[in-house]
Ligand binder design. Structure first.
Ligand SMILES: Nc1ncnc2c1ncn2[C@@H]1O[C@H](COP(=O)(O)OP(=O)(O)OP(=O)(O)O)[C@@H](O)[C@H]1O
Ligand SMILES: [Mg+2]
Length: 420
């Protein structure tokens, strides 16, 4: 009797166990049906065992109709091979099963029509009864957004190219007549074909000449900026002696520095080798930086231009001033075309200098960095990477001999570097 009741208890326990397990399974099935991804289970030959509710809705099949069919039934012809490949890879248990990061496939719905899907497969049962599941995510919306983004980017690039093109044309059109204005003002100011009677007229001529010069430098900056943007700036990469350019620019700006009672001096490394760069743009870079430093430094301040050879073999050009300085926000602003930091002093200029300088630096494969502290000063560093430094040739003295020798390596990279 005792035995009987014992086995009855055991049966009861097993029944309870089975109930718990059933409940758990139903729970899992319900969860799978709630999932927004389609889930399809297949045997190792790829025959469909089950579809969750989402998969049924996605493809328009009832699970019972497709059980036993190859799962490629659910895919467009072009995705049959990739889907079977994927399954084979998992079965092989090699790299493919470890590096399992899913793939895009094209689904085929019963009523006709295709849907882009992202499929991830995995093994769910091993041994003689191997089974796999495929999780299928409808990526229609994502694909649509992706397509729109690609279109939008193409349109923006086209618009930007057109803008640069128009800017380049206009600049060119302005420059031609402006050269006539400047040239003839010069001829008249020099009274080459006879004297000008009234002193006032001479004064006006100087104004015309000066204003013309200002407009042409503005137009040149604009043209350069447009060309750089369009990747059409003509750079002539040769061996460039940074020390020489620094010295000549210091002399050029010395009068302006003296007028503002700013000490302008240089500290050049005699060991500095020449760099591969475009002579004209380096000159323009140094002029822009030095003129900014002088312009934004109050009387009694200092501006120093220096060069150095870095530890990694890079060539560095530094322009340091003890001027009004900028905070980080102002630096960002200063680097935008036509933007000037609303400083206390009205300094003139158009706000094109710095963005153009940065673009020119980058077109020369160098890097520009600005560090600045308000009321303390600013340091601008131009760094030429070692690949752009003609090692073994000391350019400090600027001997003609050294420059001629360095022609060869400099010219070699000329054609490939002309475009951005
Ligand atoms: N060394 C500096 N110290 C402090 N502020 C500076 C310095 N260099 C540039 N800035 C700030 O950045 C702004 C932009 O400089 P940028 O050279 O582009 O224009 P600009 O000198 O005003 O005019 P442009 O150079 O076109 O004649 C300046 O107006 C100034 O406010
Ligand atoms: Mg400037």
């Amino acid at each position: 009797e005792a035995e009987e009741s014992e086995s009855a208890a055991r049966v009861e326990a097993l029944r309870l166990d089975a109930d718990v397990r059933d409940a758990r399974i139903n729970e899992l099935v319900a969860m799978l049906d709630t999932a927004t991804d389609g889930v399809v289970t297949v045997d190792e030959r790829g025959r469909i065992l089950s579809l969750n509710k989402t998969a049924e809705a996605l493809f328009g099949y009832d699970q019972r109709e497709v059980t036993g069919e190859l799962f490629t039934l659910l895919f467009a012809a072009e995705s049959h091979a990739p889907a079977l490949d994927y399954l084979e890879g998992l079965k092989g248990g090699g790299v493919a099963s470890v590096m399992n990061d899913g793939r895009e496939v094209v689904g085929r719905v019963r009523q006709g029509g295709k849907i882009p899907l992202f499929m991830t497969m995995g093994q769910i049962a091993e041994g003689t009864d191997r089974r796999f599941c495929a999780v299928l995510r409808d990526i229609t919306a994502w694909k649509k957004t992706e397509g729109e983004l690609v279109e939008a980017r193409k349109a923006a690039e086209k618009a930007s190219a057109q803008k640069s093109d128009v800017l380049a044309k206009i600049s060119h059109e302005i420059r031609t007549p402006l050269n006539a204005i400047i040239g003839f003002a010069e001829v008249m100011a020099e009274e080459r074909f006879g004297p000008i009677a009234n002193e006032r007229y001479k004064e006006y001529l100087r104004d015309i000449h000066q204003s013309g010069g200002y407009v042409i430098s503005l137009v040149n900056d604009l043209l350069d900026l447009a060309k750089i943007e369009a990747g059409k700036l003509d750079l002539d990469f040769v061996s460039v002696n940074l020390n020489e350019i620094a010295l000549s620019t210091v002399s050029l700006l010395q009068p302006e520095a003296q007028r503002g009672r700013v000490v302008l001096r240089s500290g050049l490394s005699p060991k500095l080798p020449p760099v591969v760069a475009d002579q004209r743009s380096i000159r323009q870079i140094v002029i822009n930086l030095l003129s900014n430093a002088v312009k934004f430094t109050d009387a009694g301040g200092q501006v120093i231009i220096s060069t150095a050879l870095g530890d990694q073999g890079e060539a560095i050009l530094r322009v340091r001033d003890t001027g009004i300085g900028m905070d980080d926000k102002e630096i960002a602003l200063a680097l935008e075309p036509f933007r000037q930091v609303p400083t206390t002093r009205r300094a003139g200029g158009t706000g094109l200098g710095l963005p153009l300088t940065k673009a020119l630096v980058e077109a020369n494969r160098a890097a520009m960095s600005i560090t600045s502290v308000k009321k303390e000063g600013t340091l601008v560093e131009i760094t030429f990477p070692p690949q752009r430094v003609l090692a073994g040739e000391v350019g400090g003295g600027g001997s003609a001999e050294g420059r001629r020798e360095s022609r060869t390596p400099a010219h070699r990279c000329r054609s490939s570097s002309a475009k951005r």
